[in-house]
Design a protein around this ligand. Structure first.
Ligand SMILES: *Cc1c(COP(=O)(O)O)cnc(C)c1O
Length: 492
């Protein structure tokens, strides 16, 4: 491919992306409507020996791959959590690819290191984090949690685990605490960081699914009595199931008393703290040792971009730094070498897209969009509450509504689960919207998460209409007599 070809196809692709993100995405089913293996079947078993024209590659992108794309940027994507994108972010990502810079140490791209420092300070100020904290960009919240767990491990073993591995004193006694609603990345991190999955204590939650500080105290006391060495508490602000808010201040006070590392995982909800009226979400965060949230979820910055702060950067860097001869430069003192802030050496120029997004939207522009999502979630929750055939299943502090259909006739829990699972599958198979489920207190619950860049009030109203209509229709696949008749008919 030469520059002329690049120019031609590049312009074509920019046009395609502009149309796609400017409403064109609505033409596609939200969830990919393919079966396992469908896409694979359309891909040749071996690579081409000779280069192919870009026009053919792009044509195959549309013909073979596009049907297998789930459209996360669709305004009726209500599944999981958002991974919202924006035009400025896409432009920055293009530039990042064009520059192709490796931003591992200051000297390998001073602008990347210093812009990262600046935008993280901007973002920390927008959230109201303590001014002395320092931050860097990680790929994901899972990586940030892992980094925090490793730091906690080193604090608890006096830096000996890094030196002696599992032979370090206390190394086989370390424990981690998180609520029963915590994200799976905590257990994954505990496996990798050498705690062992079995040493993650799942602390009980209250009626709003937030960690109960008294239950944490009890778990700590039991482990201490058993000769174990508590090392880390991971608090969640905005749990994945229901955006429950662990109470940071009492948890932080407990951690201070016991000398534990407190990591705050606010992967989704952190974004909301840019709203002055939501600042209280992070009340007590100043007692934490580290904090992370994902601009790649709900701050219009395309994946990947996870913003990670620590109270004491020296403590973090001491844990991760390692400088072989070939990476030594004349500038190692006095500059940020972000390779020492986490696992990877090579780093993408992620600060660029955050800078584009914050400047292009402005802080007020970002706030306006988040406020719309929050308001739409309240509106949807009110519709659920007002409808006798539905029920709200958790508080709605942010942009996620947990609910289920509860027809007056349906009685048992298993019956309600079948019915709601069938309702969800029917909606998602329609391609007109996409939502997912979770389990709260053992019960099967539907989640409607509002946070895509293009989502409007009409989209949320249309989703509610679809959900009510689908719930009111008979359920061929819920195991009743009607379903069996339906199945027989289909067999013929
Ligand atoms: C989404 C989420 C994660 C995982 O985020 P990644 O960036 O994909 O690793 C972790 N914790 C919470 C609370 C989340 O909502």
């Amino acid at each position: 491919m030469d520059a002329a070809d690049f120019r031609r196809h590049g312009h074509e692709l920019i046009d395609w992306i502009a149309d796609y993100l400017d409403g064109g995405v609505r033409a596609y089913p939200v969830r990919a409507q393919v079966a396992p293996g469908d896409i694979l079947a359309g891909l040749p078993a071996s690579p081409p020996e000779q280069g192919e024209p870009m026009a053919d590659i792009l044509a195959d992108f549309r013909r073979v791959l596009l049907p297998g794309i789930t459209h996360w940027q669709h305004p009726r994507f209500f599944a999981y959590f958002p991974a919202n994108n924006s035009l400025p972010s896409v432009l920055a990502e293009l530039l990042t690819a064009g520059l192709g810079a490796q931003c591992m140490v200051w000297e390998t791209s001073p602008a990347a290191a210093e812009l990262e420092e600046r935008v993280m300070a901007w973002l920390g100020g927008m959230l109201g984090l303590p001014a002395a904290w320092r931050g860097c960009i990680q790929d994901t919240a899972s990586t940030a949690t892992l980094a925090a767990l490793v730091c906690a491990r080193e604090r608890a073993t006096g830096g000996r685990f890094n030196l002696d591995g599992a032979a370090a004193p206390q190394a086989d006694r370390l424990t981690v605490y998180a609520s029963t609603e915590t994200h799976s990345s905590v257990e994954k991190g505990a496996k990798i960081a050498g705690y062992g999955r079995g040493r993650v204590r799942k602390v009980a939650v209250d009626a709003a699914y937030a960690m109960d500080p008294a239950a944490l105290e009890r778990a700590l006391a039991a482990d201490l009595a058993a000769g174990l060495r508590p090392a880390c508490v991971v608090a969640t602000v905005g749990t994945t199931s229901s955006t429950a808010l662990d109470p940071l201040r009492p948890l932080g006070e407990i951690c201070r008393r016991h000398g534990l590392w407190l990591h705050v995982d606010a992967a989704l909800a952190g974004a909301a703290a840019i709203l002055p009226e939501k600042r209280a979400l992070l009340g007590g965060v100043e007692l934490a040792d580290s904090f992370d949230f994902n601009p790649h979820k709900w701050l219009f910055t395309n994946f990947d971009c996870s913003a990670f702060w620590v109270r004491d950067a020296d403590e973090l860097v001491k844990v991760f730094a390692i400088t072989p001869e070939y990476l030594k430069t004349a500038h190692d003192g006095g500059v940020s070498n972000f390779r020492d802030w986490g696992v990877p050496l090579g780093r993408r120029f992620r600060a660029l897209k955050l800078w584009f997004v914050i400047r292009a939207f402005g802080v007020e522009g970002l706030r306006r969009r988040l406020r719309l999502h929050l308001e739409l979630a309240q509106r949807f929750a009110a519709w659920v509450q007002a409808d006798p055939d539905f029920e709200l299943m958790a508080p709605v502090p942010l942009n996620l509504v947990c609910f289920r259909a509860r027809p007056r006739a349906a009685a048992s829990e298993p019956e309600l689960e079948r019915l709601n699972a069938a309702l969800m599958e029917r909606l998602n198979a329609s391609g007109r919207l996409y939502l997912t489920h979770t389990r709260l207190g053992g019960r099967f619950v539907l989640r409607l998460s509002i946070g895509q860049t293009g989502t409007t009030a009409d989209d949320v109203a249309a989703a509610w209409d679809e959900i009510r209509a689908a719930a009111a229709a008979p359920y061929p696949d819920s195991g009743g007599g009607a379903g069996r008749r339906h199945a027989r008919k289909e067999d013929r």
